[in-house]
Write a protein that binds this ligand. Structure first.
Ligand SMILES: [Zn+2]
Ligand SMILES: [Zn+2]
Length: 244
C-alpha cells in the first residue's frame, strides 16, 4: 500500500497548505480518506477523479469534508458532458445528521453510513473502524491488505481505543493537533504530540506519522515533543508518499 499526503493541516490550512486528505492506493484500488479544503486540487496531481474507488470520511467536520461540496460539481459536470458515467462511493458516519444529509447528493455520490461495526472489503483491502473521542462522531480506520496494516486515528482526544486499535500497525498515523502547553482540559478534541508518542510506543507501531498540524506551530517543536516518547516518529510532509 502507498499513502500520499494531500493535506495535513487543521482546523484551517497554512498558506499553500491543505486540510485533512490522504490517498491510499493498492494496485487499482484508490481510496481518498477525508476531503478537506485544498485536497481536491492536490488529489489531481496524482490520479484522475474517475480512478477513485471510494471516499472514506472519518468524521463530518468541515476541515475533513469541505472539498466534497466541489467534488460533487466535478462529478456532475463530467457526467453531464458524457466524460464519465460514474458516481463516487462515499462512506461516512451518519452524525451529525444535518451534515450527513448535505452529502446525500445522488447525482454525484453513492452515500453509505458506517459505524465501528462496519467491515468494508474493497478489492484485497479490508477496512475496519473504531469510535474515537471528538466533539462529533469520529471513526479511526484500519486498512489491511493481508500483509500490512495502516491505521489512522481521524481526529481524537486522548482515549485508550486508539492504542488497542493501532496495535502493531505497520504504519500508524495520528492527529497531532496540539502541543502539551495548549492542552487546557482533559477533554481536548485533539491529541498532543507527546500523547501521540505515548500511543505509538504503547501500540508498538512500526512507524508513527503525525498529522493535523495547526499552521502556527513549528514542525520542529511537534517532532521534538513526540520523539521524547517514541523515537520512531515522523511528521507527514505535504505531497509526500509513504510505503506501508
Ligand atoms: Zn480536524
Ligand atoms: Zn474534527
Amino acid at each position: 500500500m502507498k499513502l500520499t499526503i494531500l493535506g495535513n493541516n487543521g482546523p484551517y490550512p497554512s498558506a499553500g497548505g491543505a486540510c485533512s486528505g490522504y490517498l491510499l492506493t493498492e494496485g487499482d484500488i484508490k481510496l481518498l480518506i477525508d476531503c478537506g479544503n485544498g485536497v481536491l486540487s492536490n488529489l489531481q496531481r496524482f490520479i484522475r477523479l474517475e480512478e477513485l474507488t471510494a471516499v472514506i470520511l472519518t468524521h463530518l467536520h468541515s476541515d475533513h469534508i469541505s472539498d466534497m461540496m466541489v467534488l460533487r460539481y466535478a462529478v456532475q459536470v463530467k457526467r453531464a458532458k458524457g466524460l464519465s458515467d460514474k458516481v463516487i462511493k462515499v462512506f461516512a458516519p451518519q452524525e451529525p445528521a444535518e451534515e450527513y444529509s448535505r452529502l446525500d447528493i445522488k447525482e454525484a455520490f453513492a452515500l453509505n453510513g458506517i459505524t465501528q461495526e462496519s467491515v468494508l472489503n474493497l478489492g484485497k483491502l479490508k477496512l475496519t473502524f473504531k469510535d474515537m473521542k471528538h466533539p462529533v462522531k469520529c471513526l479511526a480506520i484500519s486498512i489491511e491488505n493481508g500483509e500490512k496494516r495502516f491505521v489512522f486515528s481521524g481526529d481524537t482526544g486522548w482515549n485508550e481505543n486508539i492504542i488497542s486499535f493501532g496495535k502493531d500497525a505497520d504504519l500508524l498515523m495520528l492527529d497531532s493537533g496540539l502541543l502539551t502547553r495548549d492542552k487546557s482540559t482533559q477533554d481536548a478534541p485533539h491529541l498532543t504530540a507527546r500523547e501521540c508518542g505515548v500511543i505509538g510506543k504503547s501500540a508498538n507501531a512500526k512507524r508513527l506519522l503525525l498529522t493535523h498540524f495547526w499552521p502556527e506551530y513549528k514542525a520542529g517543536e511537534i517532532l521534538k515533543e513526540a520523539a521524547q516518547e517514541y523515537e520512531k516518529v515522523e511528521l507527514t510532509t505535504l505531497l509526500c508518499s509513504y510505503e506501508v
